[in-house]
Design a protein around this ligand. Sequence first.
Ligand code: GDP
Length: 340
Amino acid sequence: MDTSVSSAAQLDAIDQQLVDGVLNKQRRALAKTITLVESTRADHQQRAQKVIGALLPHTGKAIRVGISGVPGAGKSTFIEALGNYLIDQGHHLAVLAVDPSSSLSGGSILGDKTRMESLCQRIEAFIRPSPTAGSLGGVAAKTREAMLACEAAGYDVILVETVGVGQSETTVAGMVDIFTLVQLPNAGDDLQAIKKGIVEIADLVAINKSDIDPTAAAVARAQWKQALHMLRPASPNWSPPVISVSALKKQGIAEFWNEIERYRDITTHYGEFEAKRKKQAVDWMWSLIETGLHNLFRSHPQVQVALPQLTRQVATGQTTPNTAASRLLSYLESDATENI
Ligand code: GDP
C-alpha cells in the first residue's frame, strides 16, 4: 500500500489565478484568498486547502509577532506607531487578529475603521479584522492560514493582535515567533496577567502610556522584571525584556523592534527559532486532528441517537461515565473496522 502523501493538488483555473495573484503581491487576490479560507462552506474549504497548499512553499520568510493586552491598553495605537515605523524602515506588514469575542460583538478587534487610520492608508500595510464566525480554535486556524497567505504575498512582518481575555493569548503564542504583551502601568494589571498565567508565555513586555506617569511606568517595569525573573525562562538564551513605551508619543518603538530582532537573531543562532516553528506546525496538525475527530464523533448517526439517553443515565448514576464513553466510542471504532 502506498502511504506517501503529496500536498500538491490540482488547482482549478480560478484558484490558480488566486495563487498567481497572491504571489504577484496583488492585495485583491490576497483578500479573496483569505475570504475563501474564512468561509465555512465545505466546497470553499476544499478549495482553500488547495490554494494554501500551493502557497506553502512561498511562506515562512516573515517574522511573526503576537501582540496582546487588555482592551484599552493601547494595542491599536501601538500597532499603528510600530507599523508606520516599520514601513519607514522598508518593511511590508500584515496585521491580523484573533478575537473569538468578535463572533458575539460583530468584530471588536480591527473591525472599527477608525482604528489604525493612518496605517490603513499605507500601501505597504495589509490589515484584516478577526474572522467573526466560530470558536477560538476555528478563528485561530483561519488566522494561521491567513498568515501563510500574507507571507506568500511578500509581507515580511506579520503582527497578530489579540485581546487579553480568555485563552486567546495561548492560542496566539502558539502561532507566532515572539509573543509580546502591551501592559498598562498599574499594579492591578500586572496581578491580573500573573494570575492568568500569561506571564509565562511573554517573550517581551512593553509598558505603554509611560508618558502619563513615568514614575508609575518605572515601578511597573521593575515589578514585571521581578515577576519574570522568578519564572523559569522558556529559552535558556533569552530573558524576556521589559521596556517602557508610549504609543501615543511614538516613544520606545525602535527599542521594541530592536528587541524583536535581537530575539530572532539569538534564537536563530541556537536553532530555537526553527525548532519552535516546527513544533507549532505539528501542534497545529494535532489540534486539527482533535477537532476533526470531535466533529466526526458528534455527527455520527449512532452517537447522535444514543448520546442523549446515555448522558441522562450518566447524570443519574445508572451508567458509569466509563461504560457510556466506551459504548459511544465503539460506534466510531466499528466504522473504522468496516473500512479496513
Ligand atoms: P486597545 O483597545 O488596546 O487597542 O487600545 P487603543 O489603542 O484603542 O487605546 C485606548 C486609548 O488609550 C486611546 O484613547 C488611546 O489614544 C490611548 N493611548 C494609547 N496609547 C497611549 C499612550 O502611549 N499614551 C497615552 N497617554 N494614551 C494612549
